[in-house]
Design a protein around this ligand. Structure first.
Ligand SMILES: *Cc1c(COP(=O)(O)O)cnc(C)c1O
Length: 364
């Protein structure tokens, strides 16, 4: 990272940091994309320039995640929360109940929204342990008649991540992958559908990515708006209406950046190294506390607490002064949270660890 520019280490959970080189490419191409004389923002979504940007982005995403040929990639709008309604509208397929595994605030929100469309069965919940673990798979009360099983592969607020995809039998598995997509390999074939907002680990807010198995689409509830109907959007290559063109362009630059760095396997290695560095520093001290069970600690979102919460304001102020921003925890959990997505360089985590140690030595 070029520290001569005024660039901070932004630990926000989302919208979050983007790779500096991606922003620089976008800046260089702002007024004239590849000799077109236009900004990508000004292009017709049906013109050959934008179609080429779109097609490259879909191809690169398919390659990065090894998406099987019988899955459609759809670029939508509406965000992760929009999908909480759009998924049931599309995926009930004449059935009337959905199984949910609750591991935190996002899966809870998904279940609450789905209740507008179907009977919701809470197959398992970690609420009794304040969402600091994942309920044992053997304890899940799954319903073989359910339309699908919903889980959140990484709880952005609580910092709980599935490190394996659980097997749920023949009922399709739906994963909210908003905050972990492209941070590690994802075995799409184990899911009927995955969805995620782009603003955590991919690009600007406004783009939502849906990857869905073909045989599951085409049976949307009759009241589903056409723009949110997966079959309609899949058939028109996500261009039934105007897609979020600029967000797709930036996402495409991020996909290229990922490919140049070795794809999701290389990202995973880097993300393991960053997360280990941070968790090791937190574990090494009793000045700081973490609450999530080690086996399901998130590599992307690291909540932690100062044992003496009276020091919170001073901690955040000192961090800001060092250019370490947005470390305040989500209001539901409190404390601190460091989000360390793909675009957070190792040096950012090293600087955070140095600050943790420095703050402790002055206040411990
Ligand atoms: C951020 C987030 C959402 C919500 O995304 P919006 O784009 O704000 O609707 C949903 N699920 C998870 C896991 C998230 O991290």
């Amino acid at each position: 990272m070029n520290r001569d520019l005024h660039r901070v280490y932004n630990f926000s959970a989302g919208p979050a940091m983007l790779p500096q080189s991606v922003l620089q490419t976008a800046a260089a191409e702002m007024l004239d994309w590849h000799g077109s004389g236009m900004s990508v923002m000004e292009m017709s979504h049906r013109g050959k320039e934008f179609i080429s940007i779109y097609e490259q982005a879909v191809t690169d995403l398919r390659e990065l995640l090894s998406v099987p040929a019988n899955y459609k990639i759809i670029f939508l709008q509406g965000g992760g929360l929009g999908e909480n309604a759009i998924v049931p509208m599309n995926m009930l397929r004449g059935k009337n109940s959905i199984d949910f595994v609750l591991t935190g605030e996002w899966s809870k929100k998904s279940a609450a929204q789905a209740q507008k469309f179907a009977k919701v069965n809470i197959a398992a919940s970690a609420e009794a342990t304040a969402f600091t673990n994942i309920p044992e798979r053997a304890s899940w009360q799954l319903d073989p008649q359910a339309a699908y099983v919903h889980l959140c592969t990484n709880e952005t607020i609580g910092g709980v991540e599935f490190h394996d995809v659980p097997s749920v039998g023949d009922v399709p598995l739906v994963g909210d992958v908003s905050s972990t997509i492209l941070s590690r390999p994802l075995d799409v074939s184990k899911f009927g559908l995955v969805f995620g907002g782009a603003q955590k680990n991919i690009g600007p807010a406004g783009l939502t990515i849906v990857i869905v198995r073909e045989d599951l689409i085409g049976q949307a509830s009759p009241t589903t708006p056409d723009v949110f109907n997966y079959a309609v959007q899949a058939q028109s290559d996500s261009m039934y209406n105007t897609p979020p063109t600029y967000a797709i362009y930036i996402a495409g630059l991020v996909f290229q950046w990922l490919k140049a760095r070795g794809g999701v396997n290389a990202m995973e290695q880097q993300n393991i190294a960053k997360a280990q560095l941070l968790y090791n520093a937190l574990d090494a001290s009793d000045f700081y506390i973490t609450k999530v069970a080690k086996a399901c600690r998130s590599r992307m979102n690291v909540p932690f607490f100062l044992r003496d919460e009276k020091l919170n304001a001073a901690f955040l102020k000192g961090a800001d002064e060092r250019g370490l921003l947005q470390l305040k925890g989500h209001r539901v959990v409190g404390g601190m949270r460091a989000s360390i997505y793909n675009a957070m360089p190792l040096e950012g985590v090293q600087e955070l660890v140095a600050y943790l140690q420095d703050f402790e030595s002055k206040n411990g």
